[in-house]
Write a protein that binds this ligand. Structure first.
Ligand SMILES: C[S@@+](CC[C@H](N)C(=O)[O-])C[C@H]1O[C@@H](n2cnc3c(N)ncnc32)[C@H](O)[C@@H]1O
Length: 637
């Protein structure tokens, strides 16, 4: 881990659970190096380390440049006194940073803020009033630190923080993201595996922000937004912005396709009294019921009898052992880590890790919980059952649906498991670790088509890009997983829609429209007219398109042109996908000029169709056919 000697001493002399409560984790050398390489610590730079702990970052900063002015704070007096004696020239004080005045006076804020769920009821009033606008769901203390640290930066100043990745997309962090976007550019995000910290299984990132100067607006780097994702459309932070944008160019979200996503409403540890093994009761679907993307009920692990709390001494989540202590006999399910069901519907924001099996704060998971001396807990364990004996407490579901695992693993090894549920009119429950997709009246496709898309291996790639987290929230699934059914149907399905961006080049431009359902081409409207040097009449439409690669726009006259003396000068216009200019139609008038279109008249029609890229191969002989070389007139008149 390569920590300072004083940090090792502190770890030895302090209690793990106490450290967890205060969010005390210590940054290893390699991460500190990477963080400090993000900035240029110039002579005289004013640096704030607002959660300094034993001084890991102070040490590294001084090594880089001893001629900087550091202010350092920590809430823990023991660590502050260690820092004071190790770094006598530095201003280190015991302070609760969140309660301090936050004035813009630092060139850099550097550190690894504490992380734990910080509920409003646990905060002093002064902190509640300062941060309340930014809470949404369950706040985590590190997000409060980010917000307050931005406030401490001068314009152009930089924040370099080691933080969990949940800020990037977690729903409860959306207002903090909004604050970041409004006040900073994201300069970089680099990710680190879960095992970098002692006693924490948290995947972290180095987040580098630069405070905007007055009048400057966010450059949108690392931001991806999909309409409907959040109220106010707050983007997620991602390394894969371009890829997500291009994936969504020809795809739609489940929401856009008319499907609804909910999180299973049965929180099992709050409803143990009604879980049963009686096959006549209402079915309860668990994540482990998805086996090879099919629904499989009555697995032995769910039907150990009787249904009674049992005392076990540990919960081993690293092998296929179920929480009951029984070896799993069927359907190895390494991701079914929901040992005690601590996850609640309130947690559906992407901020929960798969490792929350110990019921602790998900961000402060202890990797030692399942083995070794301080790790063995005696806790009542409950054996799962496949049924629910009463439908009075919670409303069951009815009708066809797709169920999907919410806990999707780590960002390195994610998996998306889905199954179609079809019990006819029978009611059923879905456990809280599953998401449920249902059709609505607006659904453009069948559940089977959506299921086929979701279980494709490439969807896991998307999942990693979108969540970067260990779970796929209801909102992410509904809005941020691109479903590309166009490809599947090869463009032949009449309900298929292709989204194409357009730009108005003239204030009075009329957006091209299909006149009727089923029309192959859109009508184009004139907005201006002029004559070119060859005497052709040029009609401007005031519209430019971004036709995707692999498609072409073809311009035709409308059939009513036959009543006039006009014809398109180039017979058929070809608009290549790379063309971004205004669409124009050139007509040749044979005879009088009384038939000139006027502004807002429909001047032609545009058909957009896919085209393959053809590779010509020269051969000696072509294959023989019945028609052979018969050309013009060969098939009769
Ligand atoms: C994740 S540790 C980081 C320690 C050290 N900076 C490092 O990187 O090794 C977070 C530190 O924040 C301190 N802390 C927790 N709440 C705080 C608060 N409200 N104000 C200041 N420090 C706080 C903890 O005591 C802990 O030392």
């Amino acid at each position: 881990m390569s920590l300072l000697k004083q940090t090792e001493e502190f770890l030895e002399s302090s209690d793990l659970n106490e450290r967890k409560k205060k969010g005390q984790y210590f940054t290893p050398h390699s991460i500190k190096e990477a963080a400090l390489n993000e900035i240029n610590l110039f002579d005289g730079a004013r640096v704030l380390e607002n959660s300094c702990g034993t001084g890991e970052f102070i040490h590294s900063i001084i090594q880089k440049n001893p001629n900087v002015c550091i202010d350092a704070y920590d809430i823990d007096p023991k660590m502050v006194s260690m820092c004071k004696s190790s770094f006598p020239g530095i201003n280190v004080q015991t302070r609760n940073f969140l309660e301090m005045d936050h004035k813009p006076e630092y060139d850099y804020v550097i550190g690894n803020p504490p992380y734990f769920e910080y509920l409003e009821r646990d905060m002093p009033e002064s902190i509640v009033s300062k941060f309340k606008t930014w809470f949404d769901g369950k706040p985590n203390i590190y997000a409060l630190f980010i917000k307050a640290s931005i406030d401490c930066l001068v314009e152009g100043g930089k924040l370099v923080f080691v933080v969990p990745k949940s800020i990037n997309n977690g729903f409860s962090f959306r207002k903090f993201r909004e604050y970041i976007i409004k006040n900073c550019n994201i300069l970089n995000m680099s990710f680190y595996k879960a095992n970098m910290f002692k006693n924490a299984q948290q995947e972290v990132m180095i987040l580098v922000l630069q405070k905007l100067k007055r009048g400057e607006t966010n450059n949108k780097n690392y931001l991806f937004s999909k309409h409907g994702m959040n109220e106010g459309n707050v983007p997620i932070f991602t390394l894969y912005k371009d890829r997500l944008e291009s994936e969504f160019n020809n795809s739609k979200s489940l929401k856009e396709l008319g499907f609804k996503v909910k999180t299973g409403n049965f929180v099992w540890n709050q409803n143990k009294d009604i879980i049963s093994r009686n096959k006549l009761d209402t079915k309860l679907l668990w994540s482990c019921n998805i086996v090879d993307n099919k629904l499989k009920l009555d697995l032995p692990k769910l039907n150990l009898s009787p249904v009674l709390p049992v005392e076990i001494d540990s919960c081993d989540v690293t092998d296929n052992t179920d929480c009951s202590g029984e070896k799993e006999e069927v359907a190895p399910d390494p991701l079914d880590l929901d040992c005690d069901g601590e996850l609640t519907t309130y947690d559906c924001d992407g901020a929960v890790t798969a490792d929350d099996c110990d019921g602790n704060n998900p961000n402060t998971v202890n990797d030692n919980d399942c083995d070794g001396p301080e790790k063995v807990h005696l806790r009542p364990k409950f054996q799962k059952g496949q049924y629910v004996s009463s439908t009075e407490k919670i409303k069951p579901l009815k009708g066809r649906a797709i169920i999907l695992n919410r806990i999707v693993g780590t960002s390195n090894s994610s998996s998306l498991r889905a199954a179609i549920v079809d019990f006819g009119d029978e009611e059923y429950y879905v456990e809280n670790h599953l998401n449920v997709i249902t059709e609505t009246d607006e659904s453009e496709y069948t559940l089977e088509q959506i299921y086929d898309e979701l279980i494709k291996p490439e969807k896991v790639e998307m999942l990693k890009m979108v969540t970067g987290n260990t779970q796929l929230s209801q909102r992410e699934l509904e809005n941020l997983i691109p479903i590309n059914i166009e490809k599947k149907h090869d463009g032949r399905n009449s309900t298929n829609k292709l989204t194409i961006k357009f730009k108005k080049m003239h204030p009075h431009a009329v957006i091209p429209t299909y006149a009727k359902e089923g029309d192959a081409a859109m009508d184009l409207y004139a907005v201006e007219h002029m004559k070119d040097k060859h005497g052709n009449h040029v009609y401007f439409t005031g519209v430019a398109l971004e036709i995707p690669e692999g498609f072409v726009g073809l311009l035709f006259p409308r059939s009513s042109v036959s009543k006039t003396s006009m014809s398109l000068a180039n017979s058929v216009g070809v608009i290549d996908s790379g063309y971004r200019g205004e669409i124009m139609l050139k007509y040749r008038h044979v005879g009088g000029s009384n038939s000139i279109y006027v502004s807002e008249d429909r001047v032609g029609q545009l058909m957009i169709i896919p085209h393959p890229r053809i590779e010509l191969i020269e051969v000696e002989e072509l294959s023989s056919t019945e028609r052979g070389k018969g050309g013009f007139g060969s098939t009769g008149s």
